[in-house]
Design a protein around this ligand. Sequence first.
Ligand SMILES: C[S@@+](CC[C@H](N)C(=O)[O-])C[C@H]1O[C@@H](n2cnc3c(N)ncnc32)[C@H](O)[C@@H]1O
Length: 221
Amino acid sequence: MRFDDTGYLDAWRDDGVYPKIHDELFRLVRRTPPTGPVLDLCCSTGLLAQRINDELRVPAVGIDSDDRAITGAVAAGVKVPLLTCTLRGDLAAFKDVLATYEVTGIVARRCFPELFGSRAGLDREFLGIFKTALAEAGVTQLWLQGRQAHRHATNALPSITHEVMAMVLDHQTDPPQWTGRWRLVAKTTACAYLTTTPARPNMTLLTPPQEPSPDRLQSPE
Ligand SMILES: C[S@@+](CC[C@H](N)C(=O)[O-])C[C@H]1O[C@@H](n2cnc3c(N)ncnc32)[C@H](O)[C@@H]1O
C-alpha cells in the first residue's frame, strides 16, 4: 500500500490499528522521548502524529502540502491538528507553525528527499534556510526515516545516512564542514535520532583563575 492509502485511515478508525510503515520510526521516538510538542513534517494521513499523541501523551501536529490527504485524515477522525502547509521559499508559514505550536521536536518520515533532494542534487540553499528556521524556533530533537537504500537510486538523498549527513554538515561550505550543531544519537536500519549539541558552558560562569596573593609572591627566605 502507498503511504497515503485510505486503507490506513480505515484500519485506524475501525480497529484502532496504526500503520506498520510507521512502526520503526515510532519505536525510536518512544525510546528517545520528546521533551515538548512534536511536528510530523509531511504527515500525509497524520497517523504518526496521532499515534505519538495517543500512545506517548505528547502534543503533536502535522503538516503536508497535500490538501486532499489532510482533508481525508480529518474526515476519518484524526484529532491532532493537521494543516495544509507547503514548505517553500523563506518558510514563513512553516515558521509560524513551529512558533504557534511551540514545537521542539520534528519527525520526518521519507520527506527529506522530496524537500531537499532531486536528481539534480541537494538544494543546499533551501536546506540552509530550513536549518536556520529550526535553530530560531528552538527545535532540539529530530527523528528521521529515510528511503530504502537502492542501488539505482537517483535522488541526492537516497538513504538515511545521506539525510543524517545533510543535517550534521554545513553544505553551504565547499567542502561541507561539520557544524557542531546537530549530532547523531541513535540509529536503526532506516531511522535516526539527532539532537542539538548543548551550548558550550558559559566561560564567565567558571571560577576565574586566582590572583596570586602578595605573600605567595614573596621570594622564599
Ligand atoms: C513519501 S510521502 C511520506 C508521507 C509520510 N511522512 C509517511 O511516511 O507516511 C512525502 C510527503 O511529503 C509531502 N510533501 C512533498 N513536498 C512537500 C512540501 N514542499 N511541503 C510540504 N509537504 C510536502 C507529500 O505531499 C507527501 O505526503
